[in-house]
Write a protein that binds this ligand. Structure first.
Ligand code: ZN
Length: 428
């Protein structure tokens, strides 16, 4: 690896001729990275406690700050935070998680369609016995039994996801995403009747159609040969679909239309792949990218660097820190961050070579809360055009002293455009 000391002193490296060339960008989002000081870690956060020479090198050569993904004091979901960071204000573009997840598993959707994410579940007498139907792994034939059902002028498509996951897409006129979840989110809870949440006739019609579909799906699934086989084998039948997160398919201008950048995405999780798909990014498949703490981060960074050959902008998502934060596992989160850091040497090399490398998180997931919080997350921009500050470690508190100060999620893309020399002149 090249020396970072020298690179950290480099300010505004002009290309021959005195102009700044249009640069390329890798944006890495480490999901749920931010945390709070933890007594068991010597009053450090997992990021501060972890050995992170690569992230620290990026901080040392870059400009750092703290980011509030959706504004100060807002506890963001991963979906809205990613929209904001990629420059799509969620107040304009967010219509619910369902369509984003559906896009991530390849659902075909058109403007006006309404999509939900769903679980295959085990239900008896309207009580949810197992929200994941014994973590069923093979649902192709169950999905096949549910497809192209039409009820009251609405066509239903079920799309298979990984494991017990699926998406449900409603196609028809006069639909609305303003409907509640059927999933009560607890085992032992009752399947909820889907209701309109805004009182419009479109939402009433949509809720009614979903309820009818669920009843029909339950009777088809309950008698399906795969479920008969599961019962005989002592396994819970996947005899119900539980839709949640309904939303109308959003109309999103492509990333290329918005920024003039050819963009690619490297992500294992369906939500992130879906967001990228809806933005018209090329989703690059990387073997070993699981969206889980066991993900192959080295392969993802290698995949992202090769995608730079054909793209201007590569968005990389790594999920694990969030999952471990939600488990309240501070030592696991610390170990995971150190393991990921070892895979990020390649990003340091990219930044030294002049690529703009931005690293941040979509929100904090403090282990003490086992949930998302509004605590701001560290952010760094490193590369040849960056005005280096004095921060030399990538941590929540170290980055508070950085040259970027406090920024919002929607500030990230304007910063990127400025640093790669593609920001339009405002005024004259
Ligand atoms: Zn997240």
């Amino acid at each position: 690896m090249m020396s970072h000391k020298r690179a950290s002193r480099r300010l505004f490296a002009p290309t021959p001729g005195g102009t700044v060339a249009f640069g390329k960008t890798i944006l890495l989002v480490l999901d749920g990275l931010g945390d709070r000081p933890i007594h068991a870690l010597g009053d450090l956060t997992p990021l501060e406690a972890a050995h992170t020479p690569s992230l620290d090198a990026l901080a040392a050569m870059g400009e750092c700050g703290l980011m509030h993904p959706c504004g100060r004091g807002v506890r963001p979901g991963s979906d809205v935070a990613h929209l904001a960071i990629l420059g799509y204000p969620p107040t304009t573009y967010y219509t619910g998680r369902g369509p984003l997840e559906a896009a991530g598993i390849g659902a075909e959707m058109h403007a006006g369609d309404v999509a939900f994410r769903c679980n295959f579940a085990t239900v008896e007498d309207d009580v949810i016995i197992d929200r994941r139907a014994g973590r069923i792994s093979e649902t192709a034939s169950l999905v096949g039994a549910l497809n192209d059902i039409q009820l009251e002028g609405v066509t239903f498509s079920v799309v298979r996801g990984t494991g017990h996951r699926a998406a449900l897409v409603l196609h028809g006129a006069g639909l609305s995403g303003a409907v509640s979840d059927a999933d009560s989110h607890v085992e032992g809870g009752r399947v909820q009747e889907v209701v309109a949440t805004d009182g419009t006739p479109e939402a009433e019609r949509t809720a009614c159609a979903v309820n009818q579909f669920m009843n029909l799906a339950h009777s088809i699934l309950d008698g399906h040969r795969d479920n008969k086989a599961r019962r005989s084998a002592g396994l819970p039948p996947a005899n119900a679909l539980l839709p949640r997160g309904g939303g109308v398919c959003p109309s999103i201008p492509s990333f290329f239309e918005r920024y003039g950048l050819r963009a690619a995405c490297v992500a294992g999780g369906g939500l992130y792949r879906g967001i990228a798909t809806l933005m018209g990014m090329d989703v690059v498949d990387v073997a070993g990218a699981t969206g889980l703490p066991n993900t192959d981060a080295v392969a993802k960074i290698v995949g992202a660097r090769s995608a730079l050959a054909t793209h201007d902008f590569v968005f990389v998502h790594i999920k694990g820190a969030d999952s471990l934060g939600e488990d309240g596992d501070s030592r696991g989160k610390t170990k995971f961050i150190a393991r990921i850091d070892a895979a990020l040497e390649g990003l340091v090399d990219e930044a030294v070579a002049g690529t703009l490398v931005a690293v941040t998180a979509d929100h904090s997931t403090p282990c003490a809360l086992a949930a998302h919080s509004a605590d701001p997350v560290p952010v760094v921009f490193a590369g040849s055009s960056v005005r280096t500050d004095s921060v030399a470690a990538f941590g929540e508190r170290a980055c508070a002293d950085g040259g970027l100060g406090h920024v919002s999620g929607t500030d990230v893309m304007p910063q990127v455009m400025n640093l790669i020399g593609r920001q339009h002149l405002y005024g004259a």
